[in-house]
Design a protein. Sequence first.
Length: 334
Amino acid sequence: MVRELSVIVPTYNVDKYIEQCLDSIIGQTYANLEIIIIDDASTDSTPKIIKEYAQKDGRIRAFYHEKNMGAGPTRNEGIKIALNRKHPGYITFVDGDDYLHDVHHYADIILTMATSDCDVAYSTATELDAATGHKKPLYSMPGGMNKFICTQIACALLQEDLFNSFIPPWTKIVSKELIRKNNIRFSVGNQFEDVLYHYSVILSAERILQINTRAYYYRSNLPGSLTTQSAAAGEKYFDLFLAWLDIEKFIDQQRSSDKYLTKQFIFKYFLLNLKYWLPKSRPSYQFYKRIKSLMRKYGLTRAHFPKKIRSAYDDLIIYPFWRILKQRIRDAIK
């Protein structure tokens, strides 16, 4: 039996891009496709376009919010709808302003997932700058991998690669059984809602398929996105600490012999992402204090960090005091 793939498409004011997005999904060669579109109270013509597509293709199930709920709740609603069908299958996501470049993308990945007995697959992607049209790889596979590889999550190299980054939900295909069994969801109420989903999937998976394909085209530099907002929006990066609280709660709910060690292990990689956003946060000295507090909580020392990422720890420990002081003065003047 060909398992059903539920493609969840959250949309909000994407009438410039939604047709290309839906055409790329509808055109996929995978035989058993369910397309769940949830419009989050768009104010442009996005809902109208979705209705037109739903009338033409019976695989599309469209839902419309009267009030804007945000990315996390909208994606969670999509998961709930997909899980209502009890038979085995898979879940993936496509943002309404992105698209798929290869019609065999899903078919190729799921065939390999089935034959390799993997419950999660992730790929690379292509970043398309919406302002300039420039294309580049979003990220690379560890060690320059260029083929299908299915590995146990216990593999040290894979752990380092997966926990060291936020792999977006739209580059993952996850079995419904894994999501249902572990109650995997997105965060609600913060800007980094997909961080919880990423870590929850990785912590729950037993075997993961890695494929070096860039068929997913991700549009970056869109107006209003977090990465294009001004420095005044720097306080939003504090939502990363809310995301970490959600990760702690997820670990607490899992069957683990030592939850503290699990949190300590995950946090040393999560720390790299906090370090990345530190210069952009406002006020940065408060952000830095929160980082140091968590480092103390988990008793992290230089010896806890693999050589490959030890420099990140060193940078945080000797983070220039004058830089914090300078930012504090600048904020006070404003």
